[in-house]
Design a binder for this molecule. Structure first.
Ligand code: FE2
Length: 324
């Protein structure tokens, strides 16, 4: 069964094609953020301009015709409304024209599922770290929904890193710039906030941005990463102990950070668990993860009527039943 997945929740318009769990295509067009952050209407304009060509490129890459598609998935949320709408409309158009089933997909579920799928994990504790989200998740066997064991009180770790990157005054500001500068830095004290299984990043970010006025930027980046990642690792370690899982995965955009991965690997090995993260193309926003969830749902005959295919900007992961 060839299923196409469309991701458009933020700066990426991604299109993936999956056939029986095998990724045939995973292509994307990305809005260039620059130093001013994301203006939703400008990003959605980018998606509108690039939707058709990206879908065409995915079909060419997978070497299949549109008429061979047997299902379509799209990101229902969470994400930016105007951006989500472009993916929703593209998917509904395909479903209507090709008369194929359509599945609205939760973005966070897709990140965890593609990680489990590519890393051959059965039932991991998942640390989901992206721009808008930072959550520690376990799948509830009875409800088949993800339970949020811990999460950020305020902003996602990715947003905090991007904010710091913009404060560095670089022309294009990415989390990878913070990671690069951090390699040259040494530690200065910053506020550390973990409460039980939850954590907070706004105080740390404000402190780090203020320190840029007096301290070396390498030291600020190093100390920010060290503090934020230690907070995530502390809560994750507690999650491993409480849930008794023997697998730990990281997923979402910030899972691409090698320092965080190294720290999580240590947490896992000290607790007798296997750590894994997916290749970067699946941690960055992508269409293949949406196609994977859509294919699993369609195999279980769980799809939506076209007229019920909506978007939900604040779509929580714990609302969603997960199929395999
Ligand atoms: Fe994401």
């Amino acid at each position: 069964m060839a299923v196409i997945g469309i991701e458009s929740s933020a700066h990426t318009f991604g299109v993936g094609i999956i056939e029986n769990g095998k990724v045939l295509a995973n292509v994307k067009s990305m809005y260039k953020i620059g130093n001013k952050g994301m203006i939703p209407i400008e990003v959605s304009e980018h998606h509108i301009q690039n939707a058709g060509s990206t879908i065409k490129l995915a079909l060419e890459t997978a070497r299949i015709k549109a008429r061979d598609l047997e299902g379509v998935g799209y990101t229902k949320g969470p994400g930016l409304g105007p951006c989500l709408q472009v993916g929703q409309l593209s998917a509904k158009t395909l479903a209507h024209r090709l008369k194929i089933p359509i599945v609205p997909v939760n973005h966070g579920v897709a990140h965890v599922e593609i990680t489990k799928h590519t890393q051959k994990m059965k039932d991991p504790l998942a640390l989901y770290v992206s721009g808008g989200n930072s959550q520690i998740l376990v799948l509830d066997e009875n409800t088949r929904k993800y339970k949020i064991m811990g999460e950020t009180f305020d902003m996602g770790i990715g947003n905090a890193i991007d904010n710091l990157a913009r404060s560095l005054g670089l022309e294009h500001a990415w989390g990878s710039d913070v990671e690069r500068l951090a390699k040259e830095g040494s530690y200065i004290e910053m506020p550390y906030t973990v409460k039980g299984m939850d954590f907070s990043f706004t105080g740390l970010l404000t402190n780090a941005v203020k320190k840029l006025e007096t301290e070396k930027k390498e030291d600020v980046c190093y100390s920010f990463q060290e503090t934020a990642f230690s907070m995530l690792c502390e809560a994750t370690e507690r999650g491993l102990l409480l849930s008794n899982k023997n697998e730990l995965c990281a997923c979402g955009g910030v899972a691409q950070n090698t320092k965080l991965a190294k720290m999580l690997e240590e947490v896992a090995s000290e607790n007798g668990a296997r750590f894994a993260r997916a290749p970067n193309e699946f941690n960055a926003d992508n269409g293949a993860m949406i196609a994977l969830v859509a294919e699993n749902n369609i195999k279980n005959k769980k799809y939506e009527k076209l007229e019920n295919c909506d978007i939900k900007q604040k779509y929580r992961i714990d609302e969603v039943v997960v199929y395999e």
